[in-house]
Write a protein that binds this ligand. Structure first.
Ligand code: HPA
Length: 245
């Protein structure tokens, strides 16, 4: 049976309903992960859980040690990663509360430790990243969304920005021209690191605000927090369905 790990993003620093059996502190060659890896039972199945930003939430997107996080999950026995990400909506169909299972991404980040293949190499390694997400895992998320009857998209291009500031209207307009449907700050280098160490990886993105310029208002943290509060239950139900099979 596949061992799944959930990486919880903003609004999901802990997984209600997870019966924690062990909390494992893992040191990696890249330093400490954001939090201990929790091993527990969720939806009747053993699962690993890691809070991407720590618990409580303390690492902003550009300070997350993505390498340590992915390495720790692999070391703890994960084979597949379900990543939860809060995002802004760019595509008109991706309004607040919408769930999206992206199929592609564009990386706008800079200066993050983004590869395991940097030092002490026997040979230079280039991973194939044409399709950044695991298709079987994506299909599981899409089936779970449908089964729950939630408004969702089985496609989407995730544009990953550096943060922690939100984008300008012109930046979002450029991202739209680039083909991006949603915008977040944590999708990369996480997805690529997972591929480098052979972890199947897919993303469940919850839209928590219209991206800059996509509504008449400015974006407030209060709006984002309210949308997270409202939407996170749906995220939990989708994850439970995937794990339950
Ligand atoms: N931009 C980038 N990251 C985000 C946003 C956004 O509008 N909303 C939530 N995460």
């Amino acid at each position: 049976m596949t061992t799944y790990a959930i990486i919880g993003g903003t609004g999901l620093t802990q997984l209600d309903g997870l019966e924690i059996r062990r909390s494992v502190d893992i040191e990696t060659p890249y330093g400490a992960p954001s939090a201990p890896v929790l091993v527990g039972e969720y939806a009747g199945r053993e699962v690993l859980f890691l809070a991407r930003h720590g618990h409580p939430h303390r690492f902003p997107p550009h300070k997350v040690n993505y390498r340590a996080n992915l390495w720790a999950l692999k070391q703890a026995g994960a084979q597949a990663v379900l990543a939860v990400n809060a995002v802004g909506g760019i595509h008109p169909a991706m309004g607040t509360g919408h769930l999206c299972v992206p199929h592609q991404l564009v990386d706008y980040t800079s200066g993050r430790e983004h590869t395991f293949f940097a030092d002490d190499l026997d040979q230079v390694t280039h991973i194939d990243f044409s399709y950044p997400y695991s298709e079987p895992l994506r299909q599981q998320l899409i089936a779970a969304l449908a089964a729950e009857g939630y408004a969702g998209s089985d496609f989407g291009v995730y544009g990953c920005t550096q943060g922690p500031r939100l984008e300008t209207v012109a930046e979002i307009a450029r991202m739209e021209r680039d083909g991006c449907d949603i915008v977040g700050m944590t999708g990369m280098p996480e997805a690529a690191l997972a591929r480098e160490i052979d972890l199947a990886y897919a993303c469940l993105a919850l839209v928590v605000n219209p991206a800059a310029g996509k509504s008449t208002d400015v974006i407030t943290m209060a709006e984002i927090e309210a949308a997270l509060h409202q939407g996170i239950g749906k995220v939990r139900n989708v994850l439970a369905r995937v794990l339950h099979g």
